[in-house]
Design a protein around this ligand. Structure first.
Ligand code: SF4
Length: 91
């Protein structure tokens, strides 16, 4: 039973992650992106430290600080390009 629940959680996490459009808007791509945001060949964006990222301060390309947070913590807020966020649309 524990193992079933473990795999259930893994599936649910993947379902949640797959919702993301990888647009990069929540990581500042519209103005001053986080240094860890990397453009992919197909025009999407990925975080190069996603699996081990620490919540909190990260640097942007211009040297400013940006706060890295879980997307669920900012869904009620606005950010440049937030109209396109798949999680916001799903709310
Ligand atoms: S704004 Fe939403 S859809 Fe776009 S990368 Fe961030 S979480 Fe994913």
């Amino acid at each position: 039973m524990e193992q079933e629940y473990f795999y259930y959680q893994i599936r649910k996490e993947k379902e949640f992650e797959d919702i993301c459009l990888r647009c990069g808007n929540c990581c500042g791509i519209q103005d001053d992106p986080c240094v860890h945001l990397v453009e992919q060949p197909e025009g999407k964006y990925l975080c190069d430290i996603y699996a081990s990222r620490q919540q909190g301060k990260q640097k942007t390309h211009s040297g400013n600080l940006i706060k890295c947070v879980f997307i669920r913590e900012i869904l009620y807020k606005d950010w440049p390009g937030n109209w396109n966020c798949a999680y916001k649309k799903k709310q």
